[in-house]
Write a protein that binds this ligand. Structure first.
Ligand code: NAP
Length: 298
């Protein structure tokens, strides 16, 4: 049975678990409809960059699930940063998704185009635009993604309140304790992406031993490890059977010893390579450019 967290700033109730839909490895319409209709998913995570917002609109309509029962998160790409352009981008995203409000809208990265003279100023203008979108009722929750402590500290100077959410990479190989502590102190909820490290942790011997002992899959144990720490978790799959498997994480729990063993796996491994993001922002790649690429699961 789905659980929720209530955000400190907006007092909005957010499902603790949802479906990631990033473009690597493709997009499956049937898988999204299956998640919404059959597997109790009530949160969908997307982004302009994934190039699938229009596809999701079709899946949302076909699922027949009422709008208010799906918590819809999308993200602003840095080429849209700035006050007016953020507003325009938000309205364009709502049109692509076929909705008249977003549940959550996030700044996808703290980085801006390198051509920008004053990135701090651009982030501030962007954040003010997000706050105004929330005040106007177009977005319920505004937040950020991939922000480090120093980016968040900068925001605290001008934000009317800290961002409600920081969506960051989070799995047993990537557990940023200091950043999490900072976020907790400022009432910023962590939303974890790549809970399976894009599949890279699934052969870990410690994870596999726990999984076999508790009678669950390595993916389920990894997801459960996130959920038990109150981190919103959004595994992605385009396969119906995995969508169901990943959602079966509620009627059991990991004991303290297993949680400790999983905590001990952290090695600061990033499934998403931050060092190439600036180049990706500066290169005019089309949204969804990876939809047809196959992910190497290694
Ligand atoms: N804010 C950001 O910058 C950012 C960055 C990255 C991701 N995200 C979000 O976070 C979501 C999740 O991250 P992610 O998609 O990168 O990685 P992930 O959820 O850690 O892993 C997805 C990979 O694992 C496979 N998989 C899924 N369930 C499985 C299972 N039960 N057993 C074995 N393999 C399984 C998937 O393959 P199949 O699809 O073939 O099943 C896919 O290759 C994204 O979709 C996106 O919404 C956000």
């Amino acid at each position: 049975m789905q659980e929720f967290v209530v955000l400190q700033s907006e007092k909005v109730k957010v499902p603790l678990f949802g479906l990631g839909t990033s473009h690597a490895g493709g997009y499956s319409h049937d898988a999204v409809v299956h998640a919404l209709r059959e597997c109790d998913y009530h949160l969908i995570d997307t982004a302009r960059r994934y190039g699938n917002e229009e596809k999701l609109r079709v899946a949302l309509q076909e699922s027949g699930v009422p709008r208010e029962e799906v918590f819809l998160t999308t993200k602003l790409w840095p080429t849209d940063y700035g006050f007016q352009s953020t507003r325009r981008a938000c309205i364009a995203a709502m049109n692509r998704l076929g909705v008249d409000y977003l549940d959550m809208y996030l700044m996808h990265w703290p980085e801006c185009l390198s051509s920008v003279d004053d990135p701090s100023r651009v982030r501030e203008d962007t954040w003010r635009a997000l706050e105004s979108l929330r005040d106007d009722g177009l977005v319920r929750v505004v937040g950020v993604s991939n922000f480090l402590e120093h980016h968040l500290e900068e925001m605290l100077d001008y934000a009317s309140h800290p961002p409600s959410i920081n969506q960051i990479e989070f799995h047993p190989y990537q557990n940023p304790i200091k950043l999490r502590k900072f976020c907790k102190e400022h009432g910023i909820q962590i939303m974890g992406f790549c809970p399976l490290a894009k599949g890279k942790i699934l052969n870990d011997p410690v994870l596999r031993e726990i999984a076999s002992r508790v009678g669950k899959s390595p993916a389920q144990v990894s997801i459960r490890w996130s959920l038990q720490q109150g981190v919103i978790t959004i595994p992605k799959s385009v396969r119906k059977e995995r969508i169901l498997e990943n959602s079966q994480v509620w009627d059991w729990e990991l004991n303290e010893k297993d949680m400790d063993a999983l905590n001990g796996l952290d090695r600061d491994y990033h499934a998403v390579n931050r060092s190439v993001i600036q180049a990706k922002i500066d290169t005019a790649l089309p949204d969804g450019y990876k939809l047809n690429t196959k992910l190497n699961m290694g």
